[in-house]
Design a protein. Structure first.
Lengths: 497, 98
């Protein structure tokens, strides 16, 4: 293995330690990852654009700070792949959509700013389902991303560019966003750790909005500790986001270390009966059951719980998210940013708007805007959107009852391993089913994470952990115990690209 | 109740999306399937259940009434499809007088 290849195999923690110790420069680390991207991304297509100059400048700044004996943060100099839903000042941001093609944001998202301040090196922007609507990254206007484990399969979605970049050793860290499972599901099918913090735990300022009551950014990494360190950088109160929680960030790094050391502190783990059984691939169910028994061996008490309303999460989500998106995406009106089509001096504003939105949005985005418009329209509002909001209450109540008897809930992250590219593209309901297990915690705003729990048919299986609001530390503690039981990160078993 | 092609055309007009005839055919079929699936929410949502709009309870969030800098005008206009005289330039918004 060459020195350069070796640098791309390191965890984020090891990378930062070697930079801090002066064994390698941040510039060398960044260059190694840019080289890896250049050598592999024609096959993977994880990135929509690479910012080589910006990344090398950020790395040089970290090297300069080290030379000046400044104190470096725990992730200083570590490269990161940033989902293209997060705005970056001076760097084109498209959200996977033609309607924003060429848009250069005049500001940084809060999380972009926080990562830059921590010395994290942003390599570029990753591919995604258009406006984060999808479960496979096939809805990107710029072509699909491929799963590094098997290039004929999807890397999950909507954060599939981010998951593929980390699984393909193009970056040790990535940012994803999760509305109904878009961090956890891609992490699960690429053998990675992906966490969705408590809703409000991470600022949404500068995230291009899809469904505002659900959207949440979070880390994707190859190990639980790497994810925890990134979580700590991006989390915390932000006055620029009025739904941001003004409370201390749970110590997810300490919780990870405790879990990895086998300290489960007498935790009770609840297996959700409704998230398993029929419709789940046998290999997925077996890998999940094996991980549960590993937690039991590590000292956790395991109980089965019933959450009867979880089966209504999918219908509720596919009313709430399209409703909110139909309102949020009204801002793409061909006036303030992005595409404008048909402005010939004859067409009026509304015609230009309609032509632009037809040319700029892909089929899934149009489908959801139309569905949301329907669900919110007079005469249907109560039957659809109103009922969905009530189902949300029932799901919250199921969680509340379950957390009276256990500390965390667990399930498979997805019913199946990664599916083939094109397999579900023509059938929206089959595609939506990929989010079956991740939707309940989204609707309840809870902290949740996916950690690898073995392979089925040679492909990764994800283990989902869900905890009460603000108890983000618990998901990391349990995930670290699962990870430790295998002795090494599952991603080590991925075939070389 | 199935959703008709005309209804989809009306909704697309409301949403300002100039869909093609082909798109109308595809969407009306797909939306029909999706609506049938999501209508299941009505099975359990009884009258006495309050809606949840937001998962984590929050009261109104106010900021101090002080002036803070906005984004630089020229940088914002530079990202717009058309600008003129320090403003966004929009297509014609009024119909011609008869």
């Amino acid at each position: 293995m060459t020195e350069q290849t070796e640098l791309t195999r390191l965890t984020a923690v090891a990378t930062a330690e070697r930079i801090a110790a002066g064994e390698v420069s941040a510039t060398e680390v960044t260059q190694a990852h840019l080289d890896r991207i250049a050598a592999t991304d024609d096959r993977v297509h994880a990135f929509l654009r690479i910012d080589g100059a910006g990344a090398l400048a950020a790395a040089a700044a970290v090297d300069g700070a080290r030379a000046d004996k400044e104190r470096l943060g725990p992730l200083a100099g570590v490269p990161l792949a940033l989902k293209d839903v997060v705005v970056t000042k001076g760097l084109e941001t498209t959200c996977g959509s033609k309607i924003l093609s060429g848009w250069v944001p005049p500001y940084d998202a809060t999380i972009t700013r926080r990562m830059r301040a921590a010395g994290i090196v942003i390599l570029g922007k990753t591919n995604m389902d258009e406006f984060a609507m999808g479960s496979s990254t096939e809805n990107s206007a710029f072509g699909p991303t491929r799963n590094p484990w098997d290039l004929s399969r999807v890397p999950g979605g909507s954060s599939g560019g981010s998951s593929a970049a980390v699984a393909g050793y193009q970056a040790p860290l990535a940012i994803g966003t999760d509305t109904g499972g878009s961090i956890r599901q891609p992490a699960a099918v690429t053998g990675l750790v992906g966490a969705k913090p408590t809703y409000g735990g991470v600022s949404r300022y500068g995230l291009i909005a899809f469904s505002s009551s659900l959207d949440q950014a979070g880390p994707i990494a190859r190990t639980v500790l790497d994810a925890a360190l990134l979580h700590q950088v991006i989390a915390g109160h932000d006055p620029a986001d009025s739904t941001s929680i003004d409370a201390p960030v749970p110590d997810v790094v300490a919780a990870t270390k405790a879990g990895a050391a086998g300290d489960l502190g007498g935790r009770t783990v609840g297996v959700v009966r409704e998230l398993g059984g029929e419709g789940y691939q046998p290999g997925v169910s077996a890998a999940f059951a094996d991980a549960v028994s590993r937690l039991e061996s590590a000292g956790a008490k395991v109980v089965e719980v019933s959450c009867p309303h979880f089966r209504y999460a999918l219908p509720a989500y596919y009313l709430i998210a399209p409703s909110e998106c139909s309102s949020n995406l009204a801002r793409f009106d061909a006036v303030r940013y992005g595409l404008r089509v048909g402005d010939d001096g004859v067409n009026g504003l509304e015609e230009v708007m309609s032509l632009t939105r037809d040319a700029g949005f892909g089929p899934e985005v149009k489908r959801r805007i139309i569905l949301g418009t329907y669900a919110l329209s007079s005469g249907y509002y109560e039957a659809y959107y109103g009922q969905a909001q009530k189902v949300r209450t029932l799901i919250v109540r199921d969680f509340t009852a379950a957390f009276e008897v256990c500390d965390v809930l667990v399930s498979p992250t997805t019913p199946t391993v990664a599916f083939g590219i094109g397999e579900r593209a023509a059938d929206p309901m089959a595609m939506y089913a990929a989010d079956l297990c991740t939707l309940p915690a989204s609707l309840a705003g809870l902290p949740t994470l996916s950690v690898p729990c073995g392979l089925s048919e040679g492909l990764p299986v994800g283990f989902q952990v869900m905890a009460p609001a603000l108890a983000d530390d618990r998901i990391y503690q349990i995930a670290a115990a699962v990870e430790a039981s295998y002795g090494h990160p599952l991603i080590d078993e991925a075939p070389p690209l | 109740m199935p959703i008709t092609r005309d209804e989809v055309a009306h909704l697309a007009r409301l949403a300002r999306i100039a869909v093609t005839d082909d798109e109308l055919d595809v969407f009306s079929g797909q939306l029909d399937v999706i609506l049938a699936a999501v209508a299941r929410v009505a099975e359990v949502a009884a009258d006495d259940i309050p809606p949840t709009t937001h998962a984590v309870p929050l009261t109104n969030v106010l900021r101090p009434d002080v002036i803070t800098p906005s984004l630089p005008r020229d940088e914002v206009l530079a990202a717009a499809p058309a600008a003129e005289g320090g403003r966004f330039r929009v297509p014609r918004i009024l119909e011609d007088e008869a």
